[in-house]
Every structure is written in structure tokens, then in C-alpha cells.
Design a protein around this ligand. Structure first.
Ligand code: ATR
Length: 281
């Protein structure tokens, strides 16, 4: 039976084994998918051993996505753009390949599941860490008019905007900005929500048609989704759909078959309906 796993530290919170078990049952794939808690000192050795022993593919989560990227012999354009990988597999020659399905997962949820149109829209990204960096390439493909980045540490936002400069009108906004022109979509990519916190958000970011998307999910409504509802956003969406969609993309890379996601997103949302925070992959 082909073996897969999600690797992180810690990893016990991960929903990925359950999600991939649903995909495998739905598409009649014979495979095993487990969670591997890997000692950070042993990451590269553990990954190498997994594949040498016949493992077929891995998902990679916090704190290893950059190290997974560095290990790979072949990197997809998305991985090259953001320097982080969440999916590993071997190609026909046995070379370790890296993909990042987070951006695809976000866009699949926003556009295919919720019907968003991002062309010519103004998008504000909250945060400037790996999560935000990982989804910018996919956002760029949809032709937004402007991408703003706002981060607690402004310097990191400036560096990130510099990295993608030239492809779109992209700018780091200082936290104290009061926006004269609001945004059409605000995406929370900070890790504040993992602790039930909300990043500070300046005045003037919203108008009545603004959508808000939280890349974090948790038990009950996330702090950012609650803020968005109170602030009058047209839609407030949490990251459950993104979680399932990024997994579906990894599954289709490994198995050559794309699973249906709607029922799995709904089941996960129902299970998480009771309060207390949780986190990705
Ligand atoms: P990840 O890979 O999840 O993006 P990361 O690279 O450590 O993790 O980035 C976390 C992001 O969340 C950063 O942008 C961080 O802001 P700083 O760069 O100022 O550290 C942001 N963040 C974390 N906790 C936050 C909080 N309580 N309020 C606002 N921003 C927060």
C-alpha cells in the first residue's frame, strides 16, 4: 500500500490524516496517510529515510516548509516564488520534487467555492510571514489591481513587497495608515488567530462589499471572522475550505485523481462548530 504522511512539529492537531482518508475512500485509492512528529534536529534525515523506505509522498507543515523547499531537487514555480513547500514527492527518475499547494487551496476556495472575482480588485494582506508569502503568487495570477501588505513589523512587509515588485502594484502599508480607499478583499495571514488574537487593523479598510478571508480556522468562529462580521463585511470566510482544497491539490498530484471537496469541507465545519482555536494542515 502506498504510504503518505504529514510532517510537522507539533503535529497532533493536524486534520490532514482524516481529510486524506476521506479523499482515499471517495476515489477508491489504496493508500495509508499518517501524521509524523519530527524532531527539528532530524528533519532532513527523517524525510530522506521516509522516501528511501518506499514512502510515496509527504505534506509538510510548520516549522519545516522552508527546509522542505531547500531539500528538493525540483521546485515548482510556486515553490520558487515563495521559498516554501508543503508537498513532496518523487518523480519518475526518483528526484525529490517540491510543490506548494497553499495558494491553489486559497484561490480554489475563494473563486471556485465562493465565487470571488479578484481581477482589478484591491486586496489587503494582513501579515508578512510564510503563510502570506506562500499565497501571493496565486493571487497575482488573478490580476488584482493592487495588493497591500500590512504587518505588525513593517520592515517585513516592505521586504515582501520588494520581493514581488514589478508584477503588480504591490505596497507595504504602515500599521498607522487610515485608508482613504478601502479594499475589496482582506486576507488575514497572520498567526495571531492561532492564539485567538486579532492583528490590529486600521480604520477605513472596509466598504460594504468587502470580503474578508481568514487563512486560520478553528473551533467556532475565528477572531478575524468575528471582527469582519462586526465591521460589516459582505462575507467573512474562515480557512477550513483552504485547508481541504490545498490537501485536494496534493492528493491529485500524488494520485492523479482530484477528489470532491464540498462534503468534506461541510463535515469539517460541522465538527469544528464548538469553540476553541485550532490551526492549519
Ligand atoms: P507563518 O508561516 O504562519 O506565516 P510566521 O512566518 O512566523 O508564520 O509569520 C507570522 C505572521 O503573523 C507575521 O506576519 C507576524 O507578525 P510579525 O512579523 O510582526 O511577527 C504575524 N503575527 C503573529 N502574531 C501576531 C499578533 N498577535 N498580531 C499581529 N500580527 C501577528
Amino acid at each position: 500500500m502506498d504510504r503518505y504522511a504529514v510532517v510537522g512539529h507539533p503535529i497532533s492537531h493536524s486534520r490532514s490524516p482524516w481529510i486524506h482518508a476521506q479523499f482515499a475512500a471517495q476515489t477508491a485509492q489504496s493508500m495509508q496517510y499518517t501524521a509524523m512528529d519530527v524532531d527539528p534536529a532530524q528533519f532532513e534525515a527523517s524525510i530522506a529515510r521516509f522516501f528511501v523506505e518506499g514512502g510515496a509522498g509527504l505534506n509538510i507543515t510548520v516549522p519545516f516548509k522552508e527546509r522542505a523547499c531547500a531539500m528538493a531537487r525540483k521546485r515548482s514555480p510556486a515553490v520558487d516564488a515563495c521559498g516554501a513547500a508543503n508537498t513532496l514527492y518523487l518523480d519518475a527518475e526518483g528526484l525529490l520534487c517540491a510543490e506548494n499547494t497553499d495558494g491553489h487551496g486559497l484561490l480554489q476556495d475563494l473563486v471556485a467555492n465562493h465565487g470571488a472575482c479578484l481581477a482589478e480588485r484591491r486586496i489587503l494582506l494582513l501579515g508578512a510571514g510564510g503563510a502570506v508569502r506562500g499565497v501571493i503568487p496565486a493571487l497575482l495570477e488573478h490580476g488584482p489591481a493592487h495588493i497591500g501588505i500590512l504587518n505588525r513589523s513593517h520592515d517585513k512587509a516592505v521586504q515582501l513587497a520588494k520581493h514581488f515588485r514589478g508584477e503588480v502594484d504591490i505596497k507595504a502599508w504602515p500599521a498607522e495608515t487610515a485608508f482613504a480607499q478601502p479594499f475589496d478583499l482582506i486576507i488575514n495571514g497572520t498567526s495571531a488567530g492561532l492564539h485567538g488574537d486579532l492583528p490590529s487593523i486600521p480604520a477605513g479598510v472596509l466598504h460594504s462589499q468587502t470580503w474578508c478571508y481568514d487563512m486560520v480556522y478553528g473551533k467556532g468562529e475565528t477572531a478575524f471572522v468575528q471582527w469582519a462580521r462586526r465591521a460589516g463585511a459582505a462575507k467573512a470566510i474562515d480557512g477550513i475550505g483552504m485547508l481541504v482544497e490545498q490537501a485536494a491539490r496534493a492528493f491529485s498530484i500524488w494520485r492523479g485523481v482530484t477528489p470532491q471537496t464540498a462534503a468534506i469541507i461541510q463535515a469539517l465545519r460541522q465538527e469544528l462548530a464548538a469553540p476553541s482555536p485550532g490551526s492549519g494542515l
